[in-house]
Write a protein that binds this ligand. Structure first.
Ligand SMILES: Nc1ncnc2c1ncn2[C@@H]1O[C@H](COP(=O)(O)OP(=O)(O)OP(=O)(O)O)[C@@H](O)[C@H]1O
Ligand SMILES: [Mg+2]
Length: 294
């Protein structure tokens, strides 16, 4: 057995990622198995910087408090955020012959593609390599028995979405947009791609919807209507409108996600409500044979 200490994203020595750790990590229900009870929630958007990672991490923590058994997989190899949002420095990624034990933070099992890539190296991976690593994370990481695996998706509609659709056809997609019409238009490409891949569109989360001033007035700094429009176009519910976080709170967070602090505010209430809505949804039973990546 080898232990890898995470030092800002660089486990040393590098585990044999991309090499054949072919046996499942445990004989517990396997996430890739079509009968697996684990729900897989992809937090997606066609657009970058709309808050996917922030929402993935905070929602994961809110879900774990319900309590549910939650894991988070950061699938953004090019611009990983998980390592910036959660302080995993010093946590251990254990790799045995037949699997990887992920570090746990705030009760959540965490794996990021960036844990296995040198910080200083530019990442140039072809789609099949991304597919291979995603597959390995789903099979070789010892997730144990999870109720929900949250996947922080890279921006866009590329390889990872396609891989996910092939590997886990029951994946549920939550689309993040801002209220701006142009953001909504780009986010809608991810909705269209998800729909084409026959993934389940669970709903829209509108982020940065408004800012509540000290006077209690809600200021619509980025316009309005983006979330509603996206939800309407794809016949899915608008599940939450998350406000801009007060800088008095965000400036003190550092690498601790909002939901891991004792702060109680409008945003924490909204994350808790969103988690309950998601808990109340049923896992879709979908299995398709036609999607195969060569
Ligand atoms: N509701 C919010 N209030 C204030 N700041 C926010 C809010 N949501 C996200 N942010 C900030 O916006 C920035 C982008 O957020 P984040 O990294 O979560 O977006 P992303 O969609 O994952 O980006 P990328 O496409 O690059 O992965 C971060 O600095 C984050 O702290
Ligand atoms: Mg991100």
């Amino acid at each position: 057995m080898h232990d890898f200490v995470v030092t800002h994203g660089i486990p040393t020595p590098l585990p044999s990622i991309l090499k054949g750790m072919s046996e499942p990590a445990s004989d517990l229900p396997h996430i890739l198995d079509k009968t697996s009870p684990t729900r897989v929630l992809a937090i997606s958007s066609g657009k970058g910087g709309v808050g996917k990672s922030t929402i993935a991490v905070n929602l994961a923590i809110a879900l774990s408090r319900l309590p549910l058994r939650v894991g988070i997989l950061d699938a953004d190899i090019y611009g990983s955020s998980l390592m910036n949002l959660i302080d995993l420095d010093g946590h251990t990624v254990s790799s045995e012959q037949d699997g990887i034990t992920p570090p746990t933070a705030f009760g959540i099992k965490c794996i990021a593609m960036s844990m296995f890539v040198e910080d200083t190296q530019p990442v140039v991976w072809r789609g099949p390599m991304l597919h291979g690593v995603l597959q390995q994370f789903l099979t070789d990481v010892d997730w144990g028995q999870l109720d929900i695996l949250v996947i922080d998706m890279p921006p866009g509609t590329g390889d990872i979405l396609l891989s996910l659709a092939e590997l886990i056809p029951r994946t549920e997609v939550l689309l993040v947009t801002t209220p701006k019409p142009d953001s909504q238009a780009v986010a809608s490409r991810a909705a269209a791609a998800s729909q084409k891949l026959k993934l389940v569109l669970r709903g829209v989360i509108e982020n940065m919807s408004y800012f509540t001033g000290q006077d209690g007035v809600k200021y619509l700094l980025f316009g309005e209507g983006g979330g509603d429009q996206l939800a309407k176009t794809y016949s899915m519910p608008l599940l939450a409108k998350i406000p801009l976080l007060d800088p008095a709170i965000s400036n003190n967070l550092g690498k601790t996600p909002l939901m891991a602090t004792s702060t109680v505010c409008e945003s924490t209430d909204i994350y808790n409500s969103l988690a309950k809505i998601i808990q109340g949804q049923r896992q879709p039973k979908i299995y398709r044979h036609e999607l195969k990546i060569k």
